[in-house]
Design a binder for this molecule. Structure first.
Ligand SMILES: C[S@@+](CC[C@H](N)C(=O)[O-])C[C@H]1O[C@@H](n2cnc3c(N)ncnc32)[C@H](O)[C@@H]1O
Length: 224
């Protein structure tokens, strides 16, 4: 209840409030279909899109369910998230798994201060949506192993509405907090990723289970 009363004063508290409003689930419920890229449970590709990495980093891991799913499959998996509430929840539920690690950090700050590399870096409706790709993509490229994969998903662009999209995180009568997302058509993502040195780039919109419902942008790329 205290968290529901949190005043949104910056982006981290915006996400803390979001975390507090997520429905509670048992770990077993959380793991069912935990590794999906779309907003439709059980729909679309799963973790095979990552290849077969020994190490993986999730940017904006939320409650950490996808990290846990990878760790249970033998991957050394790390999740980072801007929200302390999300990281606390992830550690409380999944911290006992030897291969699951969680840290509170901004995605670009974490990547640029890291001294190691990962075989897969991914984001499921996470930090890759909320971070300027001109800052994020070079930072990810630098921290991937050779052959390592970047995969991310989020909502497709609304036709005609591209680049940085802003909204007031605390509403129109609250503190002035801006939340930005970035939106591009698949072809523009391919160009951007190639410009930052990625290869084997594939970007597409996965169709929704129902015709004419909102699909999912899914982008895959590799560091040569
Ligand atoms: C829509 S939620 C998705 C969470 C999770 N990936 C899932 O699928 O349930 C977006 C997540 O991205 C995190 N996030 C947003 N901007 C971030 C940033 N710059 N660095 C790290 N995490 C960020 C938020 O805190 C939030 O947990």
């Amino acid at each position: 209840m205290t968290q529901l009363m949190t005043v949104i004063a910056d982006q981290a508290t915006y996400w803390d409030r979001y975390a507090a409003n997520t429905p509670e689930r048992t770990p077993q419920e959380a793991l069912e279909g935990a590794f999906g890229w779309t907003q439709y449970p059980g729909h679309g590709p799963g973790n095979e899109v990552l290849g077969d990495p020994a190490t993986a980093l999730e940017l904006g891991c939320g409650h950490g369910d996808a990290v846990a799913a990878l760790a249970l499959n033998g991957v050394e998996a790390t999740g980072i998230d801007l929200s302390a509430a999300h990281v606390t929840s992830a550690r409380a539920t999944w911290g006992h798994l030897p291969g699951a690690h969680f840290h509170q950090a901004d995605a670009v700050d974490y990547l640029t201060s890291a001294s190691r590399r990962w075989e897969a870096i991914y984001s499921i409706w996470g930090a890759a949506w909320f971070t300027d790709p001109d800052r994020l993509l070079p930072a990810v490229h630098d921290r991937l192993t050779s052959g390592g994969r970047l995969v991310f998903s989020h909502a497709p662009a609304i036709p005609g509405s591209y680049g940085r999209q802003g909204t007031y995180g605390a509403g129109y009568a609250g503190p002035q907090v801006w939340i930005y997302r970035w939106a591009y058509e698949p072809g523009a993502w391919v160009e951007l990723l190639r410009r930052y040195g990625f290869r084997h780039v594939r970007a597409r919109v996965e169709p929704a289970p129902e015709p004419d419902h909102v699909g999912t942008l899914l982008v895959e790329a590799a560091r040569p």
